[in-house]
Design a binder for this molecule. Structure first.
Ligand SMILES: C[S@@+](CC[C@H](N)C(=O)[O-])C[C@H]1O[C@@H](n2cnc3c(N)ncnc32)[C@H](O)[C@@H]1O
Length: 188
């Protein structure tokens, strides 16, 4: 993540685990039942488990193993192989300094998958001239889902310190359509 609570160390490989409600917020708008989804930064499968519970066949990979085994151990950015056939890629990638790792993850995901690409990112990810090729100027960019509740990344923390949003790409927008903006949060 770009910003973490000051009392917490930056975690190795940026392992931050996504609370299930945040993934469910995506799936209310982009259902994955029957789809083959690649989770390429799977961590401890917090997101992969929700995708599977909602009917997807999930292929997991990550650069490292924590408590859960992956289908493959792979560096998603620098790995050379094509990955599994899939209908979608969904993850919460490492962000890196200035979001540069996140940019590389998205570029790699768009190259690897012609269908759904959904990335959980900091809410202001699209506030950046160097990222317009992924958002404003990208005909595959479908829009974003602003999360109006904050994700709790650390056990014991009462709330997160940063706003996040889902950024979603697809095969392409219909002619004349603009990216959409949606709002989601924890169920009441
Ligand atoms: C923010 S965590 C997300 C974990 C999981 N997707 C979730 O939401 O609970 C980022 C994950 O990316 C992995 N990672 C970091 N760099 C990577 C790379 N170059 N290729 C693949 N995975 C990487 C880390 O090991 C970590 O599990």
């Amino acid at each position: 993540m770009t910003v973490v609570p000051s009392r917490f160390p930056i975690r190795q490989n940026e392992l931050y685990e996504t609370e299930p409600w945040a993934t469910k917020a995506l799936l209310r708008h982009f259902p994955v039942a029957g789809m083959r989804i690649w989770e390429p930064a799977a961590g401890n499968h917090m997101m992969a488990d929700v995708l599977r519970d909602h009917g997807a066949t999930v292929f997991t990979s990550d650069i490292a193993v924590y408590t859960r085994e992956h289908d493959r151990i792979a560096d998603f950015i620098r790995g050379l192989d094509a990955g599994p056939p899939c209908d979608g890629i969904v993850t919460n990638p490492p962000y890196g300094k200035g979001n540069r790792e996140a940019v590389r993850f998205i570029e790699r995901a768009l190259a690897a998958c012609d269908g759904l690409v959904a990335m959980l990112l900091t809410a202001k990810f699209d506030f950046g001239k160097t990222r317009l090729h992924l958002t404003r100027d990208n005909p595959r960019f479908l829009g974003r889902i602003a999360l109006v509740d904050r994700i709790q990344w650390f056990p014991g923390a009462t709330t997160g310190t940063e706003d996040h949003a889902w950024f979603v790409w697809g095969a392409g927008r219909p002619a004349g359509a603009r990216p959409i903006l949606l709002y989601e949060g924890k169920p009441a």
